[in-house]
Design a protein around this ligand. Sequence first.
Ligand SMILES: NC(=O)c1ccc[n+]([C@@H]2O[C@H](COP(=O)([O-])OP(=O)(O)OC[C@H]3O[C@@H](n4cnc5c(N)ncnc54)[C@H](OP(=O)(O)O)[C@@H]3O)[C@@H](O)[C@H]2O)c1
Length: 248
Amino acid sequence: MLGHRILGVMKSLINSYCAVVVGANGGLGRAFVERLRADPYCAQVAALARAGDPVQGDPGLELSDEESIRRATAWLRDQSTEWDLIVDATGVLTLDGHGPEKRLRDIDPAIMARAFAINAIGPALLFKHLTPLLPRRRRSVFATLSARVGSIADNHLGGWVSYRASKAALNQVMRTTALELRSSHRHAVVVALQPGTVATRLSAPYRNRAPVVLTPGESARRLLDVLDTLEPAHSGEFFDFEGQRLPF
Ligand SMILES: NC(=O)c1ccc[n+]([C@@H]2O[C@H](COP(=O)([O-])OP(=O)(O)OC[C@H]3O[C@@H](n4cnc5c(N)ncnc54)[C@H](OP(=O)(O)O)[C@@H]3O)[C@@H](O)[C@H]2O)c1
């Protein structure tokens, strides 16, 4: 059991499983790719980034461009018809130099619309195009990185309205996806994850007051451990890196 945790082996998926990480050049995305590449049970990791990788043939994936998501999906399908684990590690907090709003008067409708486009609509398109790649007859996992501040029930501070609201929308998109997949993919686990406060580019300006800051590698390892324990009955829920269920 200890070896399992240290190695970050995904024992719940088939041996020789295939994994996709979207946002693979981000702080958490890169850490997921590294962890999965180190897992001896993982046969293949497709690392999808916005810029793409001409050497690997990866066409790139821009969340606000559905056609690029279609192309990336076709590229994945050319390599394998079934992908057992999909991790969406994309997301934005600061947009064009605009950090999260402190007060309502800071709302800029164009920035708020972009936050929704990238944090909620983009992931909805990932669910739309990538869920058909999940195997129907065996276990699969599709995890999207959300944020605790997207929880409406847990919002006792206010502020950060665009990020909070776009992550709340993402949670609803995830939940709706999970419910739709219940009939077609009864072994699938579709969840939203809170990675903790993690030392990445996204959190750099805002993490000074966080009591605990995780490295991307530690967060990715803990999240993979959580995913490894979840059952289809947990599909549609929101979990943190300690495996605690979070309220919507
Ligand atoms: N770090 C934390 O403390 C923390 C806490 C709670 C939740 N989260 C969530 O965890 C996720 C990953 O965050 P991170 O900390 O790893 O941030 P990060 O290092 O900034 O990575 C974000 C990733 O999203 C990609 N991305 C952004 N806009 C995109 C677009 N329009 N099309 C395609 N890809 C796009 C980025 O690609 P480019 O490099 O090309 O921009 C990058 O790969 C996010 O959803 C974030 O909200 C993070």
